[in-house]
Ligand binder design. Structure first.
Ligand SMILES: *Cc1c(COP(=O)(O)O)cnc(C)c1O
Length: 390
């Protein structure tokens, strides 16, 4: 395995060997009894990971964007008022999707590195006659973490349904869908869920399903229409064969394997691991006098970090130099500041060993490119973070 590269971007991530192995078994029929069992079990395990015993899970071939598209297509009717709470690139994408289905959207955009205040959200909800609001749990373009709980609480107060883009958070950040009364929580396979790209995963509350059932107009997207998929999800859960569109059999076998790994670790334990590693990693970054995008650590994601390049360092050279140390990182994504920062994913199977490899590759690259830092400093800060020494 010499020369094997460590993929430390915010999705796709490093996958568990058992997950990759599950992907590679001979493709089964989508109506074979053992595949029906795997699909059914995956739906059940999703409820545990989302903490949504009452939710309706959907597993569909596609990316995270399809999960967003599916939520909008099924829930939005022409002219519905939607408040988009945006902390970066993916908030704006949600607005674009909602607009496409005829929603009447208002976007509240946080300044770069910040979140939208609860006061600003409440002020809008008070006067806006909104039907829905959307939250990006972790915006992967900025590394900003939003606390969905108080926003969902406000949504409830004003009788507004809440949709959470959890593509970069589910199975990495704290989430209690039913307790927090979030109506839709969606994600994709390749992020903290830990399965190669290709699955859109969504959990809808009973209320969201009612709103969909009570639509006055048909869903204007054929593939995403829950009329086509709900009977399929129900059939698999009841362990009956069914067909609408051929499911991604190998990916779903891998999904079941990953969900079992997640539940075996324990979802709370897993979130804690992400928090501990991220906090120590940020301490390592700070020790090099590098600045992260989020203005404070309390709104910094635990699934990835977005870090500004230091003065005088060229982004392309930094990532190219790190690749020579077999560590792959991602560049910026937010158009306004794209060339000025980089991103490191630390979710899913991530371990302290991975992050030591990242920090040491980062230090060497910075030194080689002529940036004055003290070698080993971030490693010490990271270790102290893990050991809880300040
Ligand atoms: C990655 C991501 C998406 C888009 O997912 P794709 O699988 O790339 O379509 C949407 N929202 C967030 C927060 C993401 O991190």
């Amino acid at each position: 395995m010499k020369g094997r590269k460590l993929l430390m971007i915010p999705g796709p991530i490093e996958f568990e060997p058992d997950v990759l192995q599950a992907m590679s078994i001979a493709t089964n029929s989508h109506v074979a009894p053992d595949f029906i069992e795997i699909f059914g079990k995956s739906l059940e395990l999703m409820r545990a990971v989302w903490k949504s015993p009452k939710g309706q899970p959907f597993i569909i071939s596609g990316t995270g964007t399809l999960a967003m598209d599916m939520a909008a297509a099924n829930l939005i009717e022409l002219g519905d008022r939607v408040l988009v709470i945006s902390t970066g690139y993916f908030g704006k994408r949600f607005k674009d999707i909602l607009d496409r289905y005829g929603a009447n959207t208002t976007i509240l955009e946080a300044p770069i590195g910040e979140v939208v205040s609860l006061d600003a959200i409440e002020k809008e909800l008070k006067q806006g006659q909104y039907k829905f609001l959307t939250i990006t749990h972790v915006d992967t373009s900025t590394g900003i973490l939003v606390d969905p709980k108080p926003i969902a609480h406000l949504a409830k107060k004003y009788n507004v349904l809440s949709i959470l883009d959890g593509v970069c958070s589910v199975a990495g950040e704290e989430l209690k869908q039913d307790e927090w009364e979030l109506d839709v929580v969606l994600t994709a396979s390749q992020k903290a869920i830990g399965v190669p790209p290709g699955l859109a995963l969504l959990m809808a509350s009973e209320k969201a399903m009612q709103v969909w059932e009570n639509r006055k107009t048909p869903v204007s997207n054929y593939y995403a229409d829950w009329n086509n998929w709900l009977p399929i999800m129900r059939a698999y859960e009841e362990r009956r064969p069914s067909y609408f569109g051929t499911p991604a059999v190998n990916l779903i076998v891998a999904l079941e394997t990953s969900l079992k790994i997640i539940c075996k670790e324990g979802i709370d334990q897993r979130v804690k691991r992400h928090q501990n590693l991220a906090k120590s990693f940020r301490a390592g970054i700070a020790s090099l006098n590098l600045e992260i995008l989020p203005k404070t650590n309390t709104i910094a994601a635990n699934t990835l970090s977005a870090v500004y390049y230091p003065e005088g360092i060229n982004g392309t050279s930094l990532s190219a130099t790190m690749v020579e140390s077999n560590v792959i990182i991602a560049g910026g994504l937010l158009p306004e500041i794209k060339p000025s920062y980089f991103r490191i994913g630390h979710m899913g199977s991530v371990s302290s060993n991975d992050l030591i490899a990242v920090l040491s590759a980062l230090e060497r690259a910075l030194i080689e490119l002529g940036h004055p830092i003290e070698s080993g400093k971030s490693l010490q800060a990271f270790q102290n973070g893990l050991l809880k020494i300040n």
